[in-house]
Write a protein that binds this ligand. Structure first.
Ligand code: UGA
Length: 426
C-alpha cells in the first residue's frame, strides 16, 4: 500500500520506518528542509534503538521517501497519517496549531477520496472538528474519511511497541477505513477495538493518565514505606502479582517525565474542567509528581551536613533510559533545583547532550564523581548497574548515594562503605 505520513517526529519516524519495513511504500512529509536532507542521508535526529538501521534499509530499497512536498504524498497515497506534535498550551490545553496548519494545506490537495488517520494525541472532538473543517473549506464530504488511531509506543522501545502492540484502537464509523487499516497492519497479531472517533481520543488520554497515576500512587506508597522502614520494591512486586493490578508502571522513583505523561494528564485535567468537573485524581497525580523533586532534595539535605555547600554528581539526565530525550525530565528538574539551592552539580549521562548554566557536564562517568560529596542517580541507565564501586569509593570525597530510581543493591553499597538512600527502601 502507499502510505503518507505527515510529520517526522518520534511517532512519524517510527511508523514510517515500520510501515516501510512491512513492505509498504511510504512518503514521510516534513516541512523543515534541513531535516529532510538529513533524513534522506540516513541521519536520524533522535536516539531510538533500531530506528536508524530500519530507516537506512528502507531508503536503500526505495520503500521510504522523505519529502517536503505534501502534494506529492497526497497524490500518491489513499491513506494519510497525521503525526505532528500537539504541545502543551499556556493553560494545559493542547496546542493544535500544527494540526490546523496541515488541515489548511490539505484542503486544495484533496480531489479524490482519502482516509485521514490521526496518530497525534488530540483532545476529545478534534477528529470531528478536522472532518467539519475540511468540509467547510470546500472539500467534498465523500472524499473524506477521518479516523482516530492512537499510538501507544514508548520512546526507547518504539519499534517493538509498534510491531507488537497489545491492541489496535480504530475510532471510525466507516467500514472501508477499518478494512484498509487492517490490511496495513496485517503483520500485527493483536486484537482490534473499533470505537467512535471521540472514544479513541479519550482512550489515549485515559491510558496515559492511568499509567501516570499508577506511578504517583506507588511514589506515595514509597513515602509511607520510608516512614515505616518497608521496602517498596517488595510491595510493588506483591501487589503486581494480582492481575487486577498488574506489575508494570509500579517502579517508584523520582517521578514521571517526558513529552507525553505530563502533557496528557494536564490536557485531561483541562478537558474535565471545561465541563466543570474537578478531576481530583488527575490533580493528585501531578501534585505527587511535582513533590518528588523537593522530597529527594530534602533527603540529600538530611544526609549531607554541609548542604547546599556541596559538590554533587548526578547520573542520568534523560526522562528515562534508552532515549536522548530530556523534555520534561525529572532528572533535569532536580539538577536545576540543586543548582538553584547553591550546590555545585556535575552531570553524567551516557547519551543526552545537555548544557545547563553553572552545571559541569562530564563525558566520563568516573570523572563525574571525583572529589564529590554525594552521588545522585536520577535515571536508571543499565550501565549504572555495573560500575566499579571500589573505584568510586576511592575517588569520591563523601559517601552518600541517593538512588532516586532504586537501581543499586543497598547491601553492595554498604559493603563499600556508602550511606545508601533509596526510594522507599530501608
Ligand atoms: C508513554 C506511554 O507509555 C506510551 O504508551 C505512549 O504511547 C507515549 O507515552 C505517548 O503518549 O506517546 P513514554 O513517554 O515514551 O511513553 O515513556 P514511558 O516509558 O511511559 O515513561 C514515562 C515516564 O514514567 C518516565 O519518566 C519513566 O521514568 C516514568 N516511569 C515509568 C516511572 O517512574 N515508573 C514506572 O514504573 C514506569
Amino acid at each position: 500500500m502507499n502510505v503518507g505520513v505527515i510529520g517526522a517526529g518520534y511517532v512519524g519516524l517510527t511508523i514510517s520506518a515500520v510501515f516501510a519495513k512491512w513492505g509498504h511504500d511510504v512518503y514521510c512529509v516534513e516541512k523543515e528542509d534541513e531535516k529532510v536532507e538529513d533524513l534522506k542521508a540516513g541521519r536520524i535526529p533522535i536516539y531510538e534503538p533500531g530506528l536508524e538501521e530500519w530507516i537506512k534499509e528502507s531508503l536503500e530499497k526505495g520503500k521510504l521517501v522523505f519529502t517536503t512536498d505534501l502534494a506529492e504524498a497526497v497524490k500518491a497515497c489513499h491513506l494519510l497519517f497525521i503525526a505532528v506534535g500537539t504541545p502543551e498550551g499556556p493553560n494545559g490545553e493542547p496546542n493544535l496549531d500544527f494540526i490546523e496548519q496541515i488541515i489548511n494545506e490539505l484542503v486544495p490537495l484533496i480531489t479524490q477520496p482519502k482516509i485521514i488517520v490521526t496518530k497525534s494525541t488530540v483532545p476529545i472532538g478534534t477528529n470531528e472538528w478536522i472532518k467539519n473543517k475540511l468540509i467547510h473549506a470546500g472539500v467534498r464530504s465523500q472524499f473524506i474519511t477521518v479516523v482516530s488511531n492512537p499510538e501507544f509506543l514508548r520512546e526507547g522501545t518504539a519499534i517493538h511497541d509498534m510491531c507488537q502492540p497489545d491492541k489496535i484502537i480504530i475510532g471510525t464509523d466507516q467500514v472501508e477505513a477499518v478494512e484498509q487499516l487492517k490490511e496495513l497492519y496485517q503483520e500485527i497479531n493483536a486484537p482490534y477495538l473499533i470505537t467512535s472517533l471521540a472514544g479513541a481520543e479519550m482512550i489515549k488520554y485515559t491510558a496515559n493518565s492511568f499509567l501516570a497515576m499508577k506511578i504517583s500512587f506507588i511514589n506515595e506508597i514509597a513515602r509511607i514505606c520510608d516512614a515505616y522502614q518497608v521496602d517498596v520494591t517488595e510491595v510493588a512486586k506483591g501487589i503486581g502479582m494480582d492481575p487486577r493490578i498488574g506489575s508494570s508502571f509500579l517502579q517508584a522513583g523520582l517521578g514521571y517525565g517526558g513529552s507525553c505523561f505530563p502533557k496528557d494528564v494536564k490536557a485531561l485535567e483541562y478537558a474535565a474542567k471545561q465541563k466543570e468537573i474537578t478531576p481530583h485524581l488527575l490533580q493528585a497525580t501531578q501534585l505527587i509528581n511535582e513533590e518528588q523533586l523537593s522530597l529527594y532534595c530534602q533527603k540529600l539535605r538530611k544526609s549531607l551536613t554541609n548542604f547546599p555547600d556541596v559538590s554533587i554528581a548526578v547520573w542520568g539526565a534523560t526522562f528515562k533510559p534508552n532515549t536522548d530525550d530530556i523534555r520534561n525530565s525529572q532528572a533535569v528538574k532536580l539538577i536545576n533545583l540543586l543548582t538553584r539551592k547553591g550546590c555545585r552539580v556535575h552531570v553524567y549521562d551516557p547519551v543526552a547532550s545537555i548544557s545547563i548554566q553553572e552545571v559541569t557536564v562530564h563525558s566520563s562517568i568516573y570523572e563525574s564523581i571525583k572529589g564529590r560529596d554525594g552521588l545522585v542517580i536520577a535515571t536508571e541507565w543499565e550501565m549504572f548497574h555495573t560500575v566499579d564501586w571500589t573505584l568510586i569509593s576511592k575517588w569520591m570525597k563523601g559517601k552518600v548515594v541517593l538512588d532516586c530510581r532504586n537501581v543499586i543493591d543497598p547491601l553492595l553499597l554498604k559493603e563499600h562503605g556508602f550511606e545508601y538512600v533509596g526510594v522507599g527502601r530501608p
